[in-house]
Design a protein around this ligand. Sequence first.
Ligand code: PLP
Length: 425
Amino acid sequence: MDSKDTSTAWFENLTRAQALDLRERFGSPVYLYDEATMLRAAKAVLAFPAPFGLSVRYAMKAAPNINILRLFARKGLHFDASSLYEVARLDHAEIPLERISLSSQELGEDFPDWVSRGLKINACSLRQLQEFGRSFPGQSVGLRFNPGLGSGGTNRTNVGGPASSFGIWHAYAEEARARAERFHLKIERIHSHIGSGSDPEVWKRAADLTLRLARLFPTVTTVNLGGGYKVARVPGEKATNLDLAGNAVADLLRQFAEETGRQLRLEIEPGTYLVAKAAAILATVHDVVDTGTDGYRFIKLDAGMTEILRPSLYGAQHPIRILPEATDAPQIDYVVVGHCCESGDILTPAPGDPELLQPRTLPRAQPGDICLIGGAGAYCSAMSAKNYNSYPEAAEVLLREENIAQLIRRRQTLPQIIQNEISVV
Ligand SMILES: Cc1ncc(COP(=O)(O)O)c(C=O)c1O
């Protein structure tokens, strides 16, 4: 987010007394989602510059709780789904299928039923295009392209360029056109998404390449540039300035209109931007150990990769607060680790290097202290090493106006973890 953004204040200002109260009511660990921060982010993305109309789709893979979906739906957002299961979840939230677009690695056998009910699809491979054509000759469809370059916060979140399987490789645009013609399909939308946490400069170049692809398909009325807007979770991280990125694209769209006479509607699909800074994990310190004078001091939490995988996976940096009883607790360097029996379960890796420990200076911690892990709204609850070591999925709580906190997902129980096992031995 840009420098005007103040959306981490709720996290930074959460007091020990408030945190203790939340733990008392909802247990530990628990995800806390700040409604006001999500609504502010929604307002910011809805102001994205677009000269010929804008639709913002929430990439629900970032955080799919029904309440988050409904909050954004009420604000007028549309939705990006990445599987038919996500589509079914949106349907369950009573979000009209006309507001949902599916861009999936796996089309799913029952996609025709959903399309018949109004779902929009971006064909993400030539094969998907063919399958769509067979089921719906003569109808409208979008095409997801890999524009030939990508950019993500890390290689793992880069989904463009030759090392990525996402979307139709740009050089096969003619082949895509031929297949579409075979089934009399109308290509209504060109889509690209090059990665999460993209470099804004690369993102702009990808936007340009995507518009070049749109030129090849005269029936296209909408261009979708995916998500990927960077947020700064910790000081020093760069964030995408939406105005700058948007204005650059608006110029490209105007130029396109001048040259072709076609005014393209813009779609964007942010996930991270809408929720990343709106959530924190409230966890509890349950042990403090060290490995001698030449070693490290470790804070062990009752949460870890079962709630937040990003540090172990990408070396992602998340703000961490310890809320000790003593207000004058001395500052100490700690490595913060999770509760899983897995050496990779660390919350303080070096930036971009999950293998390297990077101690953080934090107030002296004692068992029982509260630890808050910030920036945990996107790809945390949704993308964790769920149930590893048989730890239950944590509860989720929505922090609303006037200090109202409401449970929006119960903590999982052991019977729920094992309910699908069949005992045959
Ligand atoms: C097709 C598509 N659109 C949008 C997004 C959202 O990206 P971000 O969370 O970086 O905004 C993703 C993320 O993987 C995606 O795959």
